[in-house]
Design a protein around this ligand. Structure first.
Ligand SMILES: Cc1cc2nc3c(=O)[nH]c(=O)nc-3n(C[C@H](O)[C@H](O)[C@H](O)COP(=O)(O)OP(=O)(O)OC[C@H]3O[C@@H](n4cnc5c(N)ncnc54)[C@H](O)[C@@H]3O)c2cc1C
Ligand code: SF4
Length: 487
């Protein structure tokens, strides 16, 4: 008989976007208009040639299609599930012009890469050894992508990862109803098969000195992501029942619900995508009441519109313009005292005498992740004013010419696809720095050509009228196309 935990996962964590059946995929692929200078391609940070891979699906060349995807995005198998396509490729699809359903790019992408994984095919091979060695700090999406492309260029790579399981947040952060851990690990296996050396459970700065990497390797790539959730800095934060969102989500990813304990009322503090993930997953683990509390108004929440809709349809409740002043309880949480807020001249002010209490037995903090600045400081590289690692945009080179960086550590927290795009860009930057006079070995021109395309965001209206975080500013591809036609 299935355990209660097993039943919860089967009933409440089913995939939001299940796979297309083979015949459905062919029909959907044949709807694509194979646009010239396709806006979907430009909206993707890795610039996958969407019309090309879709055409390959239409002609039932699934391995060729998967190869097209993975050329541009080494994490294309994960991104088919994890990507917020509503604000990227699918948000830019021309079908929106006629108020019709956009092409289901993500599910088609999944059709191709699932097939490749099932067949156990390795579409790429490492380049001939060029004698150069790179150290990669962090086996998250940025580090993995960098490793994959460096291997194809013929560089040797050693990845240092502080956890026992690789993949970073792609393995232990993505909501379970979007992507299971297995998908991330399958992708990693395919990348490691290119011949990467991996040192797990080895933290740079604790188990090995950062300077030793700079000394012993020709180049270093930093893909360490971000740190733990910020503290609230209010009394009661250490009470039992107070969780940081990342640990809470991690237990769910581990499919171990017992350590989380049962909750009748959970309060989630914050209103970004991570807060939404924590709230929906709480509801799906059968918490009867989940209340999200945000210090600003609904219009200012940073979560994607479609994520907000998901939380609402899962029954989460919302408190706007409130800030927590203390967490109440003796030993265990029994409530949160809030104070109302209002905006005055662009600044947030507490409303005196407006305090009230929400009784609850669990609090999840989701107010953003801290920056990991110690490593950069130890290496003496430049940080931006807000604590990100500073890089040159074209090459992702830091202030030390032998050190490169990418992913959340440089962008402050975006998506898996942004980290994958950075890893690709940095691999090419490293190769050019190490072998300035040598062209890349055969078999590398295609992915290198995908680096230079300028990314253009779909309009905010595609995402329920909200300007999303993570989405780059600027005109849409179609607006640009129109401009070009006028000219
Ligand atoms: C809760 C949550 C849900 C998310 N959901 C989505 C989603 O649905 N879709 C999406 O596209 N994106 C999502 N994201 C964002 C996405 O996961 C990140 O943007 C992406 O993983 C960043 O990749 P990265 O390689 O830069 O960092 P990470 O994924 O954080 O990887 C960094 C790696 O470096 C390791 N490391 C750190 N310091 C050291 C050190 N000193 N030595 C050795 N190793 C070290 C870490 O252990 C980790 O494995 C989510 C993020 C969170 C927090
Ligand atoms: S914009 Fe839509 S129709 Fe055009 S190529 Fe991309 S997916 Fe196909």
């Amino acid at each position: 008989m299935a355990s209660p935990e097993h039943r919860i996962f089967r009933e409440n964590f089913a995939e939001l976007k299940p796979p297309l059946r083979p015949e459905e995929a062919v029909v959907e692929a044949n709807r694509c208009l194979y646009c010239y200078d396709a806006p979907c391609v430009r909206a993707c940070p890795t610039h996958i040639d969407v019309p090309r891979f879709i055409k390959q699906i239409a002609s039932e060349n699934l391995i060729g299609s998967a190869k097209t995807i993975l050329e541009a995005n080494a994490l294309g198998h994960s991104c088919a599930r994890a990507c917020p396509v509503e604000v990227l490729c699918e948000g830019a699809c021309v079908y929106h012009e006629w108020q019709e359903k956009p092409i289901e790019i993500a599910r088609l992408q999944r059709r191709a890469t699932d097939f490749l994984q099932k067949e156990g095919k390795q579409p790429f091979k490492p380049g001939p050894d060029n004698g150069k060695r790179a150290a990669i700090i962090g086996a998250g999406p940025a580090g993995l992508a960098c490793a994959a492309y460096l291997r194809r260029l013929g560089c040797r790579v050693t990845i240092f990862e502080r956890r026992k399981v690789p993949g970073g947040l792609n393995t232990y952060g993505i909501a379970e109803y979007k992507m299971s851990r297995r998908v991330s690990l399958d992708e990693i296996e395919r990348i490691f098969a290119l011949g990467c050396e991996i040192k797990l459970d080895m933290e740079v700065g604790r188990d090995i000195a950062p300077q030793a990497l700079v000394k012993n390797y020709d180049a270093v790539f930093i893909g360490i992501g971000l740190g733990g959730t910020y503290r609230l800095g209010i009394p009661g934060e250490n009470l039992k029942g107070v969780w940081d969102a990342l640990s809470f989500i991690r237990w769910i990813k581990d499919r171990r619900l017992k350590p989380l304990g049962k909750s009748s009322v959970t309060v989630v503090i914050g209103a970004g995508n991570t807060a939404i993930d924590a709230a929906t997953q709480s509801r799906r683990t059968k918490t009867p009441k989940v209340v999200m509390a945000y210090r600003r108004g609904e219009a200012e929440m940073s979560a994607y519109g479609f994520e907000y809709e998901l939380a609402k349809s899962d029954g989460a409740e919302f408190l706007w313009n409130v800030q927590p002043v203390r967490i109440l309880g003796k030993g265990r949480v029994r409530g949160v005292e809030f104070q109302k807020t209002r905006g005055v001249g662009g600044k947030l002010r507490a409303v005196p005498g407006s305090n009230f209490t929400v009784e609850c037995d669990r609090v999840i903090k989701a107010i953003g992740q801290a920056k990991l600045i110690d490593l950069a400081r130890a290496l003496g590289i430049r940080l931006t004013a807000d604590g990100r690692i500073g890089v040159q945009p074209g090459t992702l080179r830091t202030s030390n010419p032998r050190i490169f960086a990418g992913g959340d550590a440089i962008n402050g927290g975006k998506e898996v696809v942004n980290a994958a795009a950075d890893g690709k860009r940095a691999a090419w930057g490293i190769y050019r720095a190490l072998r300035p006079k040598s062209p890349p070995p055969p078999g590398n021109d295609y992915w290198i050509s995908t680096i230079g395309v300028r990314q253009v965001a779909p309009p905010a209206s595609r995402a329920s009228g909200r300007r999303e975080h993570g989405a780059p500013a600027g005109p849409t591809a179609r607006e640009e196309n129109r401009e070009a036609l006028r000219a």
